[in-house]
Structure formats: C-alpha cells, structure tokens
Design a protein around this ligand. Structure first.
Ligand SMILES: *Cc1c(COP(=O)(O)O)cnc(C)c1O
Length: 391
C-alpha cells in the first residue's frame, strides 16, 4: 500500500539514506566509530549555516524549542532588554522564553501575513537599546519570510545581539550566518535539515560566546547551560569523546548523512531548488483562485505555503480528502486566523514529482469539498514555473 506523502512544515519526508542511518545498530556514544561522525556533523552544521571556524555549533538532544531555550537561557540575564520581532506563533514563544529567563521583553508585532521592515525596527531602536533582538526567519504560522540581513544589520548597528529562529528556514532559505553577522542561528532536525525529530541545532557567533562568558548570573537552565555542553562539542570536534548527557546517537548519525547530502548538492543549489519549488507552489495555488496568508509575494517563504480556504471549504471538509488523494497537509496555526487557511510544507529533499502530486491532491480535495476546479490547472501552472527554470 502506498502511504500518503507527509507535506507539512516538519516533520518532512526523509531520504532513504537518512532512514537507513536511523536503523543501524546503536554504537556507544564514546565508541571510536561514533566520535568522528559527531565531529564531522558539527563541522558540517557550521558549513550549512555558512559560518566560519570561530563559530560554535551545538547539537543537542531535544526539539527546536530546546534550541530556542538554549539561545535565550545563555544570552539573557535578568533585567536584559529584549526586542522580539513578532511575525506569528513562534515569535510569541520566543517572547515567552525570554520572559521566563528574566528578560524585559518588548514585542514589535505586525498583522498576520505581514513582515517586519527594517524601518519599523529602526524606529524601535531609536527609542530604546536592546541587549538582544530576535527574528523568526520563516514564520511557520503565516508563511512569512523576514529579511534577515536587513533586520540584522539594523540591530547590530544599534549594538544588539541577534538571535534568528531558523527552524522552518535553515537548509532551505538563503542564509549566510557569518556574512550577515547573525549571532545565533538555530533549527531543529525534522524540518529542512531532513532528519527525524529529536535534535536541537544551533550555531553561536564569537560575540554571542563573549556575552555568555561575561554573564554575572548563572544560567538558570541546567540542561541548556553552554558551560556543560561546550567542552563536549569541542572534544568531539577534536576527535575525543566526552560526556555530559548522552547524545541521541542514531539521530546524530542520521544528521551526519543528511548534512553530507545537503553539502554535496551545494548551498547555492539547495537555496535555488527551494526558491523554485516555492515559486511553483505559489503559482499553483494562485491558479486555483485561492488567496494566501503572506500579504505580498516578496515576503512569502519558499519552505511552506499558507493558502486560504475558498468559501464554504474548511479543514474538516478539505484536509482528509487531500490525504485520501495522497498528501498529508497541516491546518492553520496562527490563533487569529487559524480557521481561515491551511499549510503545505515543501522543504528538504522534495522533488518535482512531490510538487505535482501534492498540487494534484489539493485539486482533488477541493473538488471533493465542492469547490469547482478544472483538473490539472494547478499542475500546469507549477509545471510552467519549473520548466521555465530548467532551460
Ligand atoms: C517548528 C518550529 C519551532 C519549534 O520546533 P519544535 O521542534 O516543534 O520544538 C520553532 N520555530 C519555528 C519557526 C518552527 O517552525
């Protein structure tokens, strides 16, 4: 029996090689065969984020939320002022985490579907100085892509550290951590990085590490404390084992395989492929007469799409039918518009046939739900985008 494809914004479909690594006999975490795998995964994570040697990668057992927790627990001290650029659901989570560690949080919010501009950020920076500015690279609840280099430049010029939640963007959307001067870039294994859920991934800049070293207050989270993890990461990268808490051995082996696959394709090609797939989905959805949550194409993500339901169609009438036609999609997530849209994840090892089969399933689901669409309209629109790029 063929299973439907998992086309949600994480977890995604994984490559056969990654799944093979998951099913290998588990070596001990200090086994001589495992040490170089962990060390190489750390180096490769740096390469995927396009950060230099002075940047410190961390690979932790946990989800993306742990990566957020680790960044904030180590960089925010009680009383530190933090500005959260709020484009949706996960920005609010970042604000909550900053408050939990004693940060004095200001939130710059925009309407769902809008992005934050550098001018809006500058207006806030002119009024107050912030220890930390947080940005969500792709907001998974709205499909909004923020302009990380522009926003980061404004925040850094004002003397802030910049934390970017790249959970729905890393290894999909263009990212140059060092060139763009991003202090923390973070993600989770199950999104575009292409490994089953269970790893929190982050890379810290020299400035972030310096801020952490100057802390007066101890890090309030035991498990997130870089003081306990740094010697472990440095040891494995140096070819020696170390122990603080047992790494997720099979997940790290699978991560090693996936990062190699991403780097073998090449970051420029990975970004271009995601742009093309994103554009193909945009065209397909538009051809069906559906609106989308991002208010302008120029800030629509390439890793997921957020189409609006047509009249008289909702999650209950559409999503089970799309699933029966071969693709599992996600419902809305942003609390203010949750029932108005659905989400299609299209990141990682996605192929052209995934694009076409998913759009075909959406078409079939819409027809079943009573919305008249001519068979093949979205496929033709997506094909046109992909063929134009193939020349
Ligand atoms: C998925 C996601 C998270 C949370 O990751 P978990 O692995 O579910 O903890 C955080 N931020 C963004 C942008 C995400 O897409």
């Amino acid at each position: 029996m063929t299973r439907p494809r998992l086309m949600i914004p994480g977890p995604i479909e994984f490559t056969d090689e990654v799944l093979d690594a998951m099913s290998q006999p588990t070596p001990g975490h200090v086994d001589p065969t495992f040490i170089p795998i962990f060390g190489q995964a750390l180096r490769d994570l740096r390469s995927v984020f396009q950060a230099g040697e002075a940047y410190q990668p961390f690979i932790l057992a946990g989800s993306g939320t742990l990566a957020m927790d680790s960044a904030v627990a180590n960089l925010v001290e009680p009383g530190d002022r933090v500005l959260v650029l709020d484009t949706g659901y996960f920005s609010q989570r970042m604000a909550d985490i900053c408050r939990r560690y004693g940060g004095e949080v200001d939130v710059l919010s925009v309407a769902p579907g809008d992005t934050v501009t550098a001018a809006q950020l500058q207006a806030r920076l002119d009024q107050a100085s912030y220890r930390l500015v947080t940005i969500t690279h792709v907001d998974t609840s709205t499909g909004v892509l923020t302009d990380v280099p522009d926003l980061t430049a404004a925040a850094k010029a004002a003397g802030s550290l910049v934390v970017v939640d790249g959970v729905c963007a890393a290894a999909g959307e263009e990212m140059w951590q060092e060139d763009w001067d991003v202090d923390i870039y973070l993600t989770a294994s199950q999104k575009a990085v292409g490994v089953p859920p269970g790893l929190a991934l982050l890379v810290a800049s020299p400035a972030a590490l310096a801020k952490w070293r100057e802390r007066k207050a101890p890090v309030a989270s035991y498990y997130s404390d870089w003081g306990l993890w740094l010697p472990v990461m440095q040891a494995y990268e140096g070819g020696r084992p170390a122990y603080f808490a047992t790494p997720a051995v099979n997940l790290v082996m699978a991560l090693g395989v996936s990062l190699r696959q991403i780097l073998a394709e090449g970051m420029d090609r990975v970004f271009a492929r995601h742009r093309l797939v994103g554009d193909a989905f945009q065209a397909g959805i538009a051809s069906l007469g559906l609106g989308q949550v991002p208010t302008h194409r120029s800030h629509a993500a390439h890793t997921l799409s957020c189409p609006r339901y047509p009249q008289n169609v909702d999650a209950t009438s559409l999503l089970p039918r799309v699933r029966a036609a071969g693709a599992i999609l996600a419902g809305g997530l942003h609390p203010a518009i949750r029932n108005e849209y659905f989400r299609i994840g299209h990141m990682g090892a996605i192929t052209r046939s995934d694009v076409l089969s998913t759009l075909g399933a959406v078409e079939a689901g819409l027809r079943g739900a009573g919305y008249a669409v001519e068979p093949g309209v979205a496929l033709a629109a997506a094909q046109a985008v992909m063929e134009a790029a193939a020349d």
